[in-house]
Ligand binder design. Structure first.
Ligand code: SF4
Length: 172
């Protein structure tokens, strides 16, 4: 049983955040943005700018929703600083492949982990399609929540742009 994709589609970054932290997804979706203050975000932007310097075509915008780093004949390529958030990165790219498939475009995915100089190829299987559909349903459920999901201490909270926001009341 498929989903009503047009009603459920979201930006790729939301799929990424869903797999990192549901609270982060909710805060971001409400326009609470602290990302511009994060050194890590600035570093990530620089890495993006400098990867594949010889390639002319960069950042493909689709439906004003998806911003693909690179798309060529065979692949959608995503550039990531490191492989610390592998599942989130992988699901974001699989979502891009799923989205393109709804438009009649079939591609494979490639993630370039710049720090580790590692390339990972992924393909959209039927199993992944189902996982993406379940993820979109869950994301839309979270976006409709009136208050953010409860704070759950995660190993990467200290590096998150929302750290001060989440932990302001927890400090001694
Ligand atoms: S600080 Fe932790 S709990 Fe808060 S949004 Fe970031 S990852 Fe989620």
């Amino acid at each position: 049983m498929g989903i009503d994709f047009d009603k459920l589609k979201v930006q790729g970054v939301k799929v990424n955040y869903f797999y990192i932290c549901k609270r982060k997804l909710w805060l971001f979706s409400k326009g609470i943005s602290m990302e511009q203050n994060s050194d890590r975000v600035l570093y990530g932007k620089l890495v993006h700018k400098n990867a594949y310097p010889r390639l002319k075509k960069r950042e493909v915008l689709i439906d004003d929703i998806l911003k693909l780093d690179i798309m060529d004949k065979t692949y959608v390529k995503e550039i990531k600083v490191s492989s610390k958030m592998t599942e989130a990165d992988k699901m974001q790219l699989l979502y891009y492949l799923y989205y393109l498939k709804q438009l009649g475009i079939e591609k494979k995915g490639m993630i370039n982990y710049v720090k580790e100089r590692k390339l990972e190829e992924i393909s959209l299987t039927a199993e992944y399609e189902k996982k993406i559909e379940n993820t979109l349903v869950e994301i839309n459920r979270i976006l409709k929540m009136e208050t953010p999901p409860a704070l759950k201490k995660l190993p990467y909270c200290k590096k998150c742009a929302y750290y001060e926001f989440c932990y302001a009341l927890e400090e001694d």
